[in-house]
Design a protein around this ligand. Sequence first.
Ligand SMILES: Cc1ncc(COP(=O)(O)O)c(C=O)c1O
Length: 347
Amino acid sequence: MTTVGSRRGFASDNSATVHPRVLESIAAANAGHAFGYGHDPYTHEVERRLAAALGAPDAAVFFVFNGSGANVLSLRAALKPWEAAIVSANAHLQTDEVGAPEAVAGVKLLVAETEDGMMTFDGVRRLVERPNDEHAVKPGLLSLTQSTELGTIYPLDELRALAELAHSGGLRVHVDGARFANAAAALGASLPELVSACGVDLLSFGGTKNGLMLGEAVVVFDQALVSGMLHLRKQTLQLASKMRYIAAQFDALLGDDLWLANATHANAMARRLCDAVSGVPGVTVTRAPAANAVFALLGAAARERLQREFDFYEWDDVTGEVRWMCSWDTTEADVDAFASAVRAAAS
Ligand SMILES: Cc1ncc(COP(=O)(O)O)c(C=O)c1O
């Protein structure tokens, strides 16, 4: 058998292992036969519990394989062919989905002015309020990421303002919540509070980056969008036949608020790492970690030296800014070992 090895790193929260309780839950679901494609009582029950945990018992939950699929499916569900989605310059939809919104959903993205990974109110307003004649796409959806791709977090009042702006302009709100749990944990907000502040109509709720093996959920709060979702999920190639094994993972994530414990821990490790490397000569932390990512600048030789021992990504090829991502299974010892390697490499 091929072995994976014991290397530790800060490349991504999807480099992390699967939480043991998630694996146990998969094993527990591995009994008897069940209808496929989510047509089994266990999956229905977990869907119901996720909707309840989000404070929206009437919301419809659709488990999917991955975050890109959740986002693209959301766009397909919410937008007509002449409508566009407003996104940030750093949105995963814009930068990391190979044009799937355009290629798969047929949706044009309008990039709003962005600061620190967050769309500005005025930037969104300019796009919402611009005149829409027959020659222009019509903004139909505001898609915001919480927490953002740059590890920042929209405060609740900014979310409320953005959601109100979108809704008053006739747009729906989508949230890319690949790290929704990290945002809730960092804000000290409950999931229903965060959902309510976002005014969210469709949520890509993350699981994979928070301890699952694989699995995300599209949660549809706007009842008008529910019909058709079953067909759209399949058509977007996001329908798992052995669905109960995705449901089992969410079962574990919801049990005893594992989602919160995992996210709180990942955030705390990022804070610990930031504290440990701040002030190290030759290292500049470029963004204070609001959630579970630390961004920093350090010289090319130091980066290269560090990467021999630890995995992480260079986020910006031009500036050499790096991203150090913490996850549910990052330990204090991982952080401390890495911080001393940073000190040694930068000296
Ligand atoms: C903010 C955000 N959204 C969506 C995704 C997509 O997830 P996946 O890789 O499962 O398609 C990612 C993954 O990096 C992400 O960071």
